[in-house]
Design a protein around this ligand. Structure first.
Ligand SMILES: Cc1cc2nc3c(=O)[nH]c(=O)nc-3n(C[C@H](O)[C@H](O)[C@H](O)COP(=O)(O)OP(=O)(O)OC[C@H]3O[C@@H](n4cnc5c(N)ncnc54)[C@H](O)[C@@H]3O)c2cc1C
Length: 443
């Protein structure tokens, strides 16, 4: 690779988007001594960002050692539950661990404006320049097609850099403009979900009493079913003096149903297992956002000449049943992108070849390892059987198990399963094949 001959760029690294991916990328690149611009279209980081509310902190151990001393946290998640719903039934697997309420903690609920602001401040303290209220509107390229910076919506707002790191979230215009989605099959809507969420205020003591919590302990509940037959799921997370409740709905399923997303959420809130948890709560905020939920097989290329893609921009959100995570993958990918950019710049080669270390770092870490191993799970989770039949089947089995039907003899588990499968229209061979796919994915 010949030495770079273009005029000196304004920055070593231009990061677009100050979400978790962008701030982690900017932090890592600035720590390596590079000049970094961190562009954010919102008036401040987190202004427009939406998520359910839980952050899993292990990757922060590397990025921000001792993070729990400083991160703005609502509650430490010490209770995790998975709830299966039909119209009138609920089956909950509920787990709690006291040691998750002590350092190094497992997960926390946090508000995005606070979390994103904190992460961006860390990047600024390391030397990155935060440029808010500025949208990247397109890519700058040299005559060979290598990305050399971005255009912005500010007059004369071209920003040049040796490396551009696109962390502009789901629907990344920069990744699309760079042609990185060319090999991803299917329409984007087919592997994108819509998340709608409400934050509902409740007094602190009510949250603690209803969810069986004390101090800063918190609960997260992932929900399958309860979305009126639309493929997706729900969540209910506790904050200090509020709860976050929401649904995540397949875009194609939602469109086909003709139902408004807020009506689906209203239905979930009225479910007999959910309504008592929300009684008397006051609506503080309603928000909605897209989620790239297709998994590994729908990821774009992540590297091109002069540019890297991280976080939701690279479809790195994991929707695999008990796991609905994106922030940790965005943090990890951003950190590795910043690191790979610094190595490429130090080596004087910011071409696709020089930046290839990024893919290697991702492959060696949980970011791509998890996504690759669980690549079949999003398809399974959104399948008709998992969505429409299995919550009912499992609830029926549980109901049969817990019903005391004397003077009739108690039914055995095999009969309960085969009766429930027949009632819910599930063939045993499908049940076995889905169990096999799950066992292979989660092994
Ligand atoms: C309803 C819902 C619930 C979720 N629940 C969870 C959860 O509980 N836990 C979890 O880990 N994940 C959850 N996720 C996923 C999580 O929100 C994302 O995976 C994560 O935010 C991705 O981070 P990111 O930095 O890649 O993108 P984002 O957080 O989307 O950040 C992108 C940033 O780029 C900015 N931007 C976009 N375009 C431009 C541009 N052209 N110029 C300048 N700036 C731009 C945006 O304003 C934004 O700040 C949820 C998502 C939704 C929608």
């Amino acid at each position: 690779m010949p030495p770079e001959t273009n005029p000196a760029p304004a920055f070593d690294v231009v990061v677009v988007g100050a979400g978790p991916a962008g701030s982690a990328a900017a932090l890592e690149a600035a720590r390596a001594g590079l000049s970094v611009a961190l562009l954010e279209r919102g008036p401040y980081p987190g202004a427009k960002n939406v998520y359910g509310g839980v952050v899993y902190g292990r990757i922060l151990d590397e990025l921000v050692p001792g993070w729990w001393e400083h991160m703005p946290v609502q509650r430490w998640v010490t209770r995790r539950s998975t709830m299966l719903l039909t119209g009138s039934q609920a089956l909950t697997v509920d787990f709690r661990a006291e040691d998750w309420g002590r350092p190094p903690y497992n997960g926390a609920t946090a508000f995005r404006a606070e979390l994103d602001g904190w992460l961006a401040r860390l990047a600024e303290e390391a030397g990155a320049v935060l440029v808010p209220s500025t949208t990247a509107t397109g890519l700058l390229r040299d005559t060979a097609g290598k990305v050399t910076g971005v255009r912005t919506d500010r007059p004369g707002g071209d920003l040049t850099g040796r490396v551009v790191i696109a962390c502009d979230g789901v629907n990344s215009f920069l990744a699309k403009e760079a042609g990185l989605f060319a090999k991803v099959s299917g329409k984007q809507a087919e592997h994108t979900s819509l998340g709608v969420k409400e934050t509902l205020a409740l007094p602190r003591e009510v949250v603690e009493e209803r969810f069986g919590l004390s101090g800063r302990h918190g609960q997260d509940i992932e929900i399958l079913g309860g979305t009126g037959g639309i493929p997706g799921g729900g969540f209910l997370y506790t904050n200090l003096e509020s709860v976050s409740v929401g649904v995540v709905l397949s875009l194609t399923g939602l469109t086909a149903s003709g139902v408004r997303p807020e009506a689906v959420l209203a239905g979930l809130k009225e479910h007999p297992a959910i309504a008592p948890l929300l009684r008397g709560a006051e609506l503080k905020e309603y928000s909605a956002h897209l989620i790239p939920e297709g998994g590994y097989d729908t990821m774009p290329e992540l590297v091109t000449d002069g540019m890297l893609v991280a976080g939701d921009a690279g479809a790195m959100c994991l929707a695999a049943g008990v796991w609905l995570e994106g922030v940790n993958y965005a943090l990890g990918a951003g950190m590795y992108a910043g690191r790979a950019a610094a190595e490429a710049i130090a080596a004087g080669d910011t071409s696709r070849t020089g930046l290839a270390g990024y893919r290697r770092l991702l492959e060696e870490s949980f970011v791509l390892a998890d996504h690759r191993r669980l690549r079949r799970v999003p398809g399974l989770v959104f399948s008709d059987r998992v969505q429409r039949s299995y919550p009912g089947l499992l609830c029926d089995v549980a109901q049969g198990f817990f019903t005391v039907d004397n003077p009739r003899p108690k039914p055995g588990l095999r009969r309960l399963v085969s009766d429930a499968a027949r009632r819910r229209g599930v063939r045993l061979r499908h049940l076995l094949s889905d169990a096999f796919t799950s066992a292979r994915s989660f092994r």
